[in-house]
Design a binder for this molecule. Structure first.
Ligand code: PA5
Length: 376
């Protein structure tokens, strides 16, 4: 269950209108996804996960942005020491980072899950070609191809075409769901299932949330809108659980890419306490007063709850609005609920400021420039 320490008045008529717009948006497929999950695909995901766990010591997950952050967030929070180890690649163009990942896999048995909705993003494409080469060297072409799992568009793109030609096991990123809203599709579910995350429970949590978080998400979006209009233009997501660092990263991507356009949008940043109380804490307590803090308060022990209280009081006294989102369970159900809550709140927030929550023209701009430079 999610509860809030703030209670703004919400405009029901306006919220219902925005919800209708989201439901009818060609990219609004995530809204009803947990309730209408393609069970055939879900069974195939779990079978593939078992196959990978049985055959591999490592699963190399290749992807960037929405094709990477969501599953990493859940895996790091819930199953950081999975039996089949998960390695992430293709989220930078650093040769050093790629070599490190290749060396880490070394002579161990491994499989690859390459994830790209467009199938053309350069960072994952380069990492994939290196890991494919390694697979072929180790296992020969036929077995190598059977160890490649491609999550991409159903009908088009370079990755789709290669997957069909080579017979990789394929999973689909639905047409009506964009990268940063895709964590509850095969994009996130396959790597999570390999890591031992109970994906049934995760989807149950998200499915229940589709009803239960409607009001809290509307309140949170309304609160953000009000703060933005009072010139609080920076939001700090704060957590006291170090294992949720990547959940913060996913949040920054979700809100940054959904809202940051047309000169609008709250700038998202994040901290992990206590660590960051000894760095960013100074600024938050005492720097420019244009920021507000959103504490994601996971269930915790008594000691940690004391520091949550201390920070809430100190930062409020320092003059920044402190919003607290309390989560009742630190498990798959809790994270399913939390993911859905933030997706919904984010889409509503973007709609409130009049920007499209589902496109990312800025991201596409750098991709185009990079391709031009590479062609030169
Ligand atoms: O949210 C988004 O749409 C982006 O962050 C994409 O997920 C990211 O750019 C990766 O794109 P693709 O999956 O096409 O490789």
């Amino acid at each position: 269950m999610i509860s809030l320490n703030f209670n703004p008045e919400i405009d029901d008529k306006k919220i219902n209108q925005l919800l209708k717009e989201i439901a009818h948006d060609p990219m609004g497929g995530w809204l009803n996804l947990p309730k209408k999950y393609d069970m055939g695909e879900f069974v195939r995901i779990k079978e593939a996960a078992k196959e990978i766990r049985d055959s591999s010591e490592y699963l190399v997950c290749i992807g960037i942005g929405g094709s990477y952050l969501g599953h990493r967030a859940v895996i790091e929070a819930l199953r950081p020491d999975s039996e089949t180890k998960i390695i992430y690649a293709g989220n930078s163009l650093s040769r050093r980072e790629l070599d490190w990942a290749l060396q880490k896999v070394g002579d161990h048995d491994f499989s690859v899950n390459v994830i790209s909705k467009s199938g053309t993003t350069l960072e994952p494409a380069i990492a994939f070609s290196e890991f494919k080469k390694k697979l072929i060297e180790k296992y020969g072409e036929e077995e190598a191809y059977s160890r490649i799992y491609a999550t991409t568009d159903a009908k088009q793109g370079a990755l789709h075409d290669e997957a069909v030609a080579c017979g990789y096991t394929r999973f689909v990123v639905p047409d009506n769901i964009g990268g940063r809203y895709s964590v509850l599709t095969a994009v996130g579910l396959l790597p999570m299932a390999v890591a031992g995350v109970d994906v049934d429970k995760l989807l149950e949590g998200a499915s229940d949330a589709a009803v239960s978080v409607l009001e809290p998400a509307a309140k949170y979006a309304t609160m953000r809108f009000t703060l933005d209009s009072k010139h609080y233009d920076t939001e700090i997501f704060a957590s006291f659980e170090p294992a949720t660092m990547y959940f913060n990263e996913w949040l920054k991507q979700l809100f940054g890419e959904s809202e940051g356009k047309n000169g609008r949008g709250i700038l998202p940043d994040s901290v992990i306490y206590s660590t960051d109380l000894h760095s960013m804490g100074q600024y938050i307590q005492d720097g420019r007063r244009n920021l507000f803090e959103t504490i994601i308060n996971y269930p915790t022990d008594e000691m940690n709850s004391k520091i949550v209280k201390a920070v809430q009081i100190a930062h409020a006294e320092g003059g920044i609005p402190v919003l607290t989102i309390d989560i009742s369970s630190y498990d798959e159900r809790g994270f399913g609920e939390l993911i859905y809550f933030f997706e919904l709140a984010c889409a509503l927030s973007a709609k409130m400021i009049g920007v499209n929550p589902f496109d990312q023209p800025g991201v596409e701009a750098y991709k185009t420039k990079l391709k031009e430079l590479m062609a030169e």
